[in-house]
Design a protein around this ligand. Sequence first.
Ligand code: DON
Length: 309
Amino acid sequence: MNKDLSNLREKLQALLLAQRDKSARGNVADYIPALAEVDPNLMGAAIATIDGDFVGVGDYQHAFSIQSISKVFGLVMAMNRVGDALWQRVNMEPSGQPFNSIIQLEWEKGIPRNPVINAGAILISDVLVSHYSASKLAFISFLRTIANDEDIHIDHDVFQSELAHGNRNAALAYLMKSFNNIEAEVPDVLEHYFTQCSVTMNCQQLAQSLLFLANKGVNPLNNTAVCTRKEAHRVNAILSTSGMYDQSGEFAFSVGLPAKSGVGGGIVAIVPNFGVICAWSPPLNSFGNSVVGMNFIAGLAEELGLSIY
Ligand code: DON
């Protein structure tokens, strides 16, 4: 792909700086108290390419709560573990509902619409708990391996906060269990799910760890297959249709990249055959997406001509 990469650092810096002056930035997530404590003025961004280039600007080395971005990693691990059988238990359609909605799950008999809404990620957590003797450890090890960085950890305050305010997620898990779509014990499944949401990573680690999705399943940092080409295709397809919560249509319409956001304010966007962008700023819009993160990625995609469509 021929992208104009000249002055990339200056371009990233200018885009991030432009966001600093904007007043409408949204609100930091506060439904989990530990998330509300993050400084709303922090912002960073990074781009990693499959050819080994990397540029980071702003607070790109500041670790933050990855929250729902963890759903991408869990999905890849579960796909690797159970293959096509996974799709008997979770669908691949956009939900058209908020990420923690319960109502659709009842109508659809405990089969989550997709793996990146909460119900779907809890189902994926069940797969991991059921197929690994130590699923939380396996999850962290997976992240450290694909990011090629041992300095990736769990924020135990965020974990405790998630656990203490997790009734809605517990309701989703028990509802799926009532439809026989959860195999392990619900508290174990929730513990895994909250653990993976509580991992902290920075923009550099996130961009580098997801390069395999831009490179047909192969991590270009060490030339090792993380998943098959078909699985990488499937993950990108799901991120294109459902990765930005209930704003996925608008993101596809205006940006045109597979992406995943988290309520910690991070967004990762995959540019197939090119690289990964990660932008982070804690204040969120009403859909739960980082306002600055979305503007930054939209601006960069436009400037470099990154849309896949
Ligand atoms: O389940 C929760 O409450 C959060 N830990 C979810 C994280 C998130 O980013 C929203 N997800 N889809």
